[in-house]
Design a binder for this molecule. Structure first.
Ligand code: NI
Length: 179
């Protein structure tokens, strides 16, 4: 397996709608997911969508282990999610800083729904269905946006809240991990 190059904002594949996965439990799908995991781990990301490694398929991975440095931060289960669909639960949104491996060194303040239900499949084709709140819900919305050709800067409501991480923050504390 391999760490793959992450394409960056400006590449047309990041603006395309990715294709549904039609065949599960294939060597090709296992290989894609393994490369995505290697790439996300190498870059210390909290999430990655297949289009970010120039594969236009509806596959995302995400996960954040509990970090003793941030005991109040939500953990997010390590998940491979294929052909995901999101249902918003309620209209409440909250804004938080996001980063993206395809928009390196930048952060933006992005509103997201606080509670969602999501449904999709694992690599074997088993259904995954969960409710998610807070940061977990944010990560899933960010990754599913990638499958629809949407990057977080287009979700920022006030562009004054967009900039280079080291200009916005004195330390990286408080900034979320890259997705
Ligand atoms: Ni991203």
């Amino acid at each position: 397996m391999a760490v793959r190059e992450v394409i960056r904002m400006g590449h047309p594949l990041l603006l395309a709608r990715a294709e549904e996965v039609e065949n599960f439990a294939t060597p090709e799908l296992a290989s894609l997911v393994a490369d995505m995991k290697d790439t996300m781990a190498a870059l210390n990301g909290a999430g990655l969508a297949a289009p970010q490694i120039a594969v236009s398929q509806r596959v995302v991975i995400f996960g954040v282990a509990e970090n003793p440095r941030y005991p109040d931060a939500d953990s997010v289960p390590e998940t491979i999610l294929i052909n995901p669909e999101i249902t918003v639960l309620g209209s409440e949104r909250e804004s938080a800083w996001e980063g993206c491996l395809s928009v390196p060194h930048m952060r933006g303040l992005v509103p997201r729904y606080t509670s969602i239900r999501y449904r999709g499949y694992d690599v074997e084709g088993n259904v995954i269905e969960r409710e998610a709140h807070g940061f977990h819900a944010r990560v899933v919305q960010h990754e599913v946006d990638h499958l629809d050709g949407v990057l977080y800067p287009s979700r920022i409501e006030d562009m004054r809240n967009f900039g280079f991480e080291n200009e916005l923050f004195q330390t990286t504390e408080g900034a979320e991990e890259e997705l």
